[in-house]
Design a protein around this ligand. Structure first.
Ligand code: CMX
Length: 440
């Protein structure tokens, strides 16, 4: 058994026992109440599942195993000559709750290299798809094409006992995460670069190798950006749509390939991960409409109002949980301040930060007028030459896989059952109200 798996096995066995004892003693205690508003309102704030890898606070933002993004940028191991964390380190942290040593992270980098090859059937399937198929569709189908090799599905078929589910889920998750950069780079190169592919560089870590295979830029800063990007998009506790979808599908004992594909289909929606594509599309349309990439505040205000009057949302702004500027936005802004000088699109993103929030606030209904993670990422990618914005959500997906799969290994280890909440009809709600009024 490898060292990461061994560590996980010990921690998971201990928490499993602890939880059983805790549930026996406290299982009937009420932790939350549900308002009718929440049933009609996308279950906002409803406590409904266990997610070990990260926790989101409305004001502080995300904490991975208790660490903020600012702390992780300092504490996680790094590649030589790079200030940004290695995403491999975050995966280790999410899985076992400890900041890994440089040696442990190097082991994980090597392990993912060994598991990273794509089978020929995956590339053949992608090649058979129309070139204008959205990259997120290609990603989801590419993940499913790998399902033939699921260790979990095979061992389940052979009668694997419950206490081994996590082990098979771990193996699939490691294999899948290892392959995702190659799958994503293949999708990018076939869709936008005449199907000309770039071989993996065995000397590079997971994130830098992804940057290399995309072939965008040999600029060292782009590799740093990829490491940061893949770290900060990885997890956002369990309730967001991609995490929750992966979790729900996994709870049926569908294997990690089916589960992650489901999660990616949720990420592909414009209110979730696709917002990173929508932000840059919206900014580029503004630049084109106004005929300048240095618009005045008045011109930007006018454009925002036009968008709202057309009944659309301002992409990259607002959040279902956060009530402050997203620390993932702030991390990307700090990156831009340090690495990027004089970029017109980055400047527009910064102007929007001061112009959008008061306008959204004046609408009187938007609960969070601040930027989310998607408001900044596209401008950074554009700067380094990754201009094909329909690909942006795939990058988000490659990162998100680490969080949702690490959480999936935990779900299997803790024996989480089939997820099956209760739904109600509007008629039943009316009857409930009638009864509660009569009863006073
Ligand atoms: N622009 C315009 N209106 C907005 C808005 C925005 N950026 N954000 C929220 N609103 C509106 C909502 O559409 C809703 O309007 P109605 O009552 O008319 O339906 C109202 O304000 C209240 O919404 P809310 O409670 O503040 O926000 P929700 O929790 O319902 O939705 C989110 C959150 C992210 C879907 C929403 O803010 C939004 O649509 N933002 C733009 C899309 C976006 O950037 N998504 C990415 C989020 C991050 C991610 O998951 O990747």
């Amino acid at each position: 058994m490898d060292a990461l798996k061994q560590k996980f096995a010990e921690k998971a066995a201990a928490l499993f026992q602890e939880n059983r004892a805790m549930l026996k003693e406290h299982g009937d205690k009420i932790i939350d109440q549900v308002a009718i508003r929440q049933l009609y309102g996308g279950m906002r704030g409803m406590k409904s599942m266990i997610w070990e890898t990260s926790e989101l606070d409305a004001y502080e933002g995300i904490r991975f195993r208790g660490y903020s993004i600012r702390e992780l940028r300092k504490l996680l191991p790094k590649a030589p000559n790079c200030k940004e964390p290695l995403p491999e380190g975050l995966f280790w942290l999410m899985l076992v709750g400890e900041i890994p040593s440089q040696e442990e992270v190097n082991w994980l980098t090597e392990e993912w290299k060994k598991r990273g090859e794509l089978p020929a059937r995956t590339t053949a399937m992608l090649d058979a798809m129309p070139a204008d198929t959205h990259p997120m569709t290609q990603l989801s189908m590419g993940i499913l094409s790998l399902q033939n090799d699921s260790v979990f599905a095979k061992r389940y078929e052979e009668g694997m006992p419950k206490n081994e589910y996590w082990d098979a889920y771990y193996e699939d998750s490691m294999n899948l995460i290892a392959k995702l950069p190659r799958l994503a780079a293949y999708i990018y190169r076939r869709t936008f670069h005449n199907n000309e592919h770039i071989a993996a560089d065995p000397s590079l870590d997971w994130g830098a190798n992804f940057a290399h295979m995309l072939g965008i830029s040999e600029h060292a800063d782009f590799k740093s950006l990829m490491r940061l990007y893949l770290t900060i998009h990885a997890d956002h506790e369990g309730g967001n749509a991609s995490a929750h979808s992966t979790h729900l599908v996994g709870s049926t004992l569908s294997d990690p390939y089916y589960s992650l594909s489901g999660g990616m289909n949720a990420l592909a929606g414009p209110l979730h991960g696709l917002a990173n594509q929508e932000v840059i599309k919206w900014i580029l349309e503004m630049v084109e409409e106004l005929g300048t990439d240095t618009p005045t505040n008045e011109q930007i205000t006018e454009y925002i109002n036009q968008t709202l009057e057309a009944g659309k949302v301002i992409p990259g702004y607002g959040h279902a949980v956060l009530r402050q500027p997203d620390p993932r936005y702030i991390a990307q802004r700090h990156f831009a301040e340090e690495y990027i000088k004089d970029d017109a699109i980055v400047s527009i993103v910064w102007k929007l930060f001061t112009i959008v929030p008061p306008i959204l606030q004046d609408l009187g209904k938007v609960k969070n007028p601040w930027p989310n993670v998607d408001a900044h990422s596209g401008a950074l990618l554009m700067h380094y030459g990754l201009k094909e914005f329909s690909f942006y959500t795939v990058l988000f997906g490659v990162s998100r896989a680490m969080g949702v799969l690490a959480a999936g290994v935990w779900s299997r280890a803790l024996g989480m059952p089939l997820e099956r909440p209760k739904s109600m009809t509007s008629k039943a709600i009316k009857e409930f109200l009638k009864k509660s009024t009569v009863e006073g």
